[in-house]
Design a protein around this ligand. Structure first.
Ligand code: MRU
Length: 343
């Protein structure tokens, strides 16, 4: 599969995920404002993907700028970073990616680099981050594959796949690696209301790779667990606090409780850039409230009565106590997470 997001000739090229599964098409963005809009409107989504995209937005902003004074360029980049940071609040990868670029720009400024040198430094780091993301996902997959038994029926929620990263995926990376290792795996994909990333994106990318997948509506998981038809759960994360509490797509918490009740392993697969050591627990993770039309409408069609009160928190927090292990590129981390994530 092509990269979800890429950086070619000073432009961001990305798959427009709002078009999937109807079509697999790409868009080209030549300004940081367009990059910010693409993140807000979820043309690109998924924590690692928006982390890299935010970083690419800074590289684009440097190319866009017409100033020839390094200090002025840096001031423009600071403004672009504010715009990009304001797009989505929950996935810490976004802030990690932008900060990394801003630190590189600042370091170049400190050693007296020219405007062109700063641009080149940012372009170079953009390409490093694209490659690193792919390598990180492969490493998560290699570590996590050993947790997936041959013949496993694996439940996942939302899309933590190639489409949520530059490629390969975190939770779906674990499944891909298990399949590559010769294991038979069957995936149950929660449809994941309100935006249906599970049905639209996870099913699309697994079908493209010929990995068996069955879509279920979100309220079916408990019944399938009770009947003994799910062997483990693997999901991604948008932000993991220092104690291991993990924010992920709304509905993940319910799946974790169900898995715990039925004695089914519940794994979170995520890069270390998703861990926010500055937050002591998941209580401090900011949860994005998304437009209410995502709940009241499906594909532009109103399905709720006019005037009904709506809330739409996009993420929830699963307490560390319900997480069997966190699969990272450094290895598999078991409780106690506060100690072992740092180690
Ligand atoms: O709102 P989204 O689609 O950006 O939410 C995505 C998720 O919740 C993913 O599970 C998470 O970002 C991990 S992606 C590897």
């Amino acid at each position: 599969m092509q990269r979800t997001v890429d950086y070619i000739n000073g432009k961001v090229i990305m798959i427009d995920q709002t078009r999937i599964p109807a079509e697999l098409s790409t868009i080209e963005l030549a300004s940081y404002q367009e990059v910010a809009e693409a993140i807000t409107s979820m043309k690109v989504r998924g924590a690692p993907a928006i982390g890299v995209t935010g970083a690419l937005g800074i590289a684009v902003a440097a190319r866009q700028s017409e100033v020839d004074d390094p200090q002025e360029l840096y001031a423009e980049l600071e403004h672009a970073s504010d715009v990009l940071r304001a797009t989505r609040p929950t996935a810490v990868n976004l802030f990690w990616g932008i900060d990394r670029m801003m630190d590189a720009a600042h370091a170049a400024l400190q050693v007296g680099s020219s405007v062109d040198d700063i641009r080149d430094a940012l372009d170079g780091l953009a390409h490093v981050m694209l490659e690193e993301d792919e390598e990180t996902c492969q490493a998560i997959g290699a570590h996590g594959a050993e947790l997936i038994p041959d013949g496993a029926r694996v439940l996942t929620h939302c899309n933590a796949g190639a489409l949520a990263c530059v490629g390969y995926g975190t939770a779906l990376g674990v499944i891909r690696a298990a399949v590559d290792a010769g294991k038979k795996v069957m995936v149950y994909a929660d449809e994941t209301r309100p935006r249906l990333q599970g049905m639209k994106l996870t099913c699309f990318e697994l079908l493209s790779d010929n990995i068996p997948v069955t879509v279920i509506s979100d309220n079916m998981a408990g019944s399938f667990m009770r009947k003994g038809e799910i062997d483990c759960v693997v999901v991604g994360a948008d932000r993991i606090a220092a104690n291991g509490d993990a924010a992920n797509k709304i509905g993940t918490y319910s799946v974790a409780i169900l898995a715990h009740h039925h004695g089914i392993p519940f794994y979170v697969a995520a890069p270390m850039s998703t861990v926010d050591f500055s937050l002591s627990s998941g209580d401090d993770i900011p949860i994005e409230e998304r437009p209410h039309e995502e709940v009241t409408h499906i594909d532009g069609q109103r399905i709720a009565p006019e005037g009904v009160r709506v809330v739409n928190p996009s993420f929830d927090v699963t307490p560390a106590a319900y997480i069997t292990a966190i699969i990272t590129e450094k290895g598999i981390v078991y409780p106690p997470y506060r100690k072992n994530l740092r180690a």
